[in-house]
Design a protein around this ligand. Structure first.
Ligand code: IVH
Length: 680
């Protein structure tokens, strides 16, 4: 059967839409549709192409989903070798590079194009008549592997160049024609967030975690099954263009051109007139390093003019016109002296690596987190091992690996202790949790942790009550729990006698404690330190309940009917308030005058005392807008239908919530009714 005009139009429409969404996602970072909507369109297009295989084109978005496994990757010769870059580690080495360039170019003016040095895997792409025909790895620099099938799955790599990447608008003018036959080189990477999400999913599925984004990218590109590659969220950033079909003068302009035809290029690229600007750029980018979505390990500095690049040429394996100016290493090797346990304020036990001090990424590291038992077992980290210490984006150092060749002969697997190091009570590991807990509420480490949390900035923010002071007060038996802080004034004389204390500092501390009584209810609730109740959840709770007693009385269903609260939080809140200790402390806080109820609760509005549930899609409001309107009118919004719900607002394609509401005889409004009621 031949496809009719309508089908041809639909195929074209789907292809353009899919291209547009790739563009929005990878170039603009502004996706308009969900992954499942994207997959739906892709499936529709695939089904047409299965029915009419003669319509499949090499640049159809379906080519991105991967095909039959490849047995062996053919070897391909690079037309011009893929060189590497010489490195500069210090400012001096960067200045030396500039001196060499100046000497070689004589009196000529020159500019530097500076960009980020992406920490990924390099790749060469070949386009013929604007169509991607080949993707080749660097290999040994002169020849690499043809991994075209894998490369096509990378959605930020355009499959053809003569269209703008947004899909519908053909590029005007000559720029597109100039690029019909060209080679584009760049780096394949994985965003940190995509890497973390993938590892999380792997952990849940019981699969081994990957070590870092770079290794994972390298491993993924070599996979023989391109369908798996398609699932791995690889990205590409272009940093080099070669074409015989145009007049190209500068690297910087080349990059702008590549961006126009749909390649992601370095967003932080700049042109500098002299080396001073380059040094400044290098320092600035090092300070931004941890804020980026991907890993970089330095900046690349290139003489911008292509004519000058040619004159400067190359020596051995690297060009004379470019240098990689590296950042200080954030990895180091050192010996693991021991593993100790730290107990947090809610009893979470964290293993900590005690290290032979090592200088990493600008500071000396002697302790690093080992997260939990599983982490230690997966990496098989043993006391006495030489380990790799890494400073991640979050700046908290971690042990990321073991140098097995340096392992001492008689080393033993680490066995997680069964008792709390501080109070000796048994440690408990709950099902489905990676952590051990010390369940002794009176454990001194937990006591200190809870009081530190109460006093810290963002919580009750008590001036003069830092970590060291808390330790001192707990160790001398002045405070045992947060409520004791409000009796401290009765120990004033004894406090003054403490080491490093005087009348003035004690008074400051007592004033700070007194002032904390003015903190609003939601702050107090957060500071109490209920597991899973962060500042945001505390705020939500105080919007739904007027007093702490109401929260304490709520059961899991009541709590879960609140939009933002899921089963994990609800369970934790109920558990907290079922503990006698906790209730006693709250009574004492109340007695001391802390704010444990809301001050100006919205007690008015047409929806006062009404609880709503939203279901289906509303035509004129997003869910958040509808929720806000309800709350402005004094009502509350719950996430699930129960007998506590007063009204269910129903939009298009409402599902089981509507059925349940009907069954329970709950009042049902359509969008029109909702609009009218809020106009009143
Ligand atoms: S230009 C002849 N620009 O660094 C120069 N390379 O050590 C070709 N790299 O193999 C490279 N970011 O994989 C260039 N902005 C950038 C880069 C970059 C990362 C990698 C590339 C290359 C290695 C050289």
């Amino acid at each position: 059967m031949k496809p009719d005009r309508k089908i041809l139009q639909r195929i074209e429409q789907l292809r353009n839409e899919l291209r547009r969404h790739d563009y929005l996602y990878y170039m603009e970072a502004k996706p308009e549709i969900s992954d499942s909507q994207y997959d739906g369109m892709m499936r529709e297009l695939q089904s047409f192409e299965i029915e009419f295989p003669e319509l499949v084109t090499p640049d159809s978005p379906t080519q991105r989903v991967g095909g039959e496994p490849t047995k062996e990757f053919p070897t391909v010769q690079h037309i011009i070798p893929m060189l590497s870059l010489a490195n500069a580690y210090t400012e001096e080495e960067l200045l030396d590079f500039d001196k060499r360039v100046r000497n070689l170019l004589g009196d000529e003016r020159y500019q530097y194009a500076c960009e980020l040095k992406f920490d990924g895997v390099s790749l060469s792409l070949h386009y013929e008549s604007g169509i991607l025909v080949r993707g080749v790895t660097r290999g040994d620099g002169t020849q690499g592997d043809d991994i075209t099938n894998n490369v096509k799955t990378i959605r930020s790599i355009p499959l053809r160049l003569e269209m703008s990447a947004s899909g519908a608008i053909p590029l005007s003018g000559t720029s597109n024609k100039q690029l019909l036959n060209c080679e584009v080189r760049g780096e394949v990477m994985m965003f940190k967030k995509d890497f973390d999400e993938m590892n999380e999913a792997r952990m849940k599925a019981g699969e081994e975690k990957f070590i870092n984004p770079r290794n994972t990218t390298a491993g993924t590109l070599k996979l023989q099954d391109s369908k798996i590659v398609a699932q791995r969220k690889l990205r590409f950033y272009a940093y080099y263009l070669r074409s015989n079909t145009g007049s190209f003068k500068s690297h910087f302009e080349n990059m702008q051109m590549l961006r126009k035809v749909g390649f992601p290029v370095c967003e932080y690229a700049i042109l500098c007139d002299g080396i001073d600007g380059v040094v400044e750029y290098w320092k600035k980018m090092e300070s931004l390093r941890d804020t980026l979505s991907y890993e970089i390990d330095g900046v690349v500095v290139k003489v911008d003019s292509l004519a000058q690049q040619e004159r400067l040429g190359a020596i051995a394996k690297s060009p004379r016109w470019a240098i990689a100016s590296k950042f200080a290493s954030r990895k180091g090797e050192t010996q693991l002296r021991g593993i100790t346990l730290q107990v947090g304020r809610i009893g979470t036990v964290t293993p900590v690596a005690e290290l032979e001090p090592v200088f990493v990424g600008g500071s000396t590291v002697s302790r690093a987190s080992l997260y939990n038992e599983d982490y230690i077992q997966e990496l098989d980290i043993r006391v006495g091992d030489t380990v790799i210490v890494e400073k991640g984006g979050d700046v908290i150092p971690k042990v990321s690996g073991v140098v097995l060749e340096k392992r001492p002969k008689n080393s033993k697997r680490f066995v997680f202790p069964k008792k709390c190091p501080e109070c000796k009570s048994p440690l408990v590991r709950l099902e489905e949790e990676a952590n051990y807990y010390c369940e002794n509420y009176e454990c001194p480490m937990q006591i200190r942790g809870r009081i530190q949390h109460w006093a810290m900035r963002g919580a009750m923010d008590i001036e003069g009550l830092g970590e060291a002071v808390v330790d001192q007060l707990v160790d001398h038996g002045f405070v045992h729990n947060i409520a004791d802080l409000y009796d401290l004034h009765s120990h004033k004389e004894k406090l003054i006698e403490l080491e490093r204390w005087g009348e003035k500092s004690v008074q400051n501390l007592l004033d700070g404690v007194e002032q904390s009584k003015q903190k609003p209810f939601h702050r107090v609730l957060y500071s109490i330190g209920i597991r899973h109740v962060g500042a945001g959840v505390a705020q939500v709770l105080t919007e739904h309940f007027n007093t702490i007693d109401e929260i304490a009385k709520a059961n899991e269903d009541d709590l879960q009917s609140i939009y933002e609260i899921g089963p994990r939080i609800a369970e934790s809140i109920v558990k907290f308030f079922s503990d006698k200790h906790h209730r006693e402390i709250i009574e004492r806080l109340k007695y001391s005058g802390l704010k444990l109820e809301t001050e100006n609760k919205k007690q008015t509005g047409p929806f006062f005392k009404l609880t709503f549930v939203l279901t289906g899609t509303l035509a004129n409001y997003t869910r958040d807008q509808a929720k806000e309107i309800i709350e402005q009118h004094g009502g509350k919004v719950a996430s699930s239908v129960s007998k506590n719900v007063s009204i269910v607002i129903v939009g298009e394609e409402a599902g089981s919530k509507l059925d349940k509401a009907k069954k329970l005889g709950i009042e049902i409004w359509d969008e029109e009714r909702f609009k009218n009621e809020t106009k009143k």
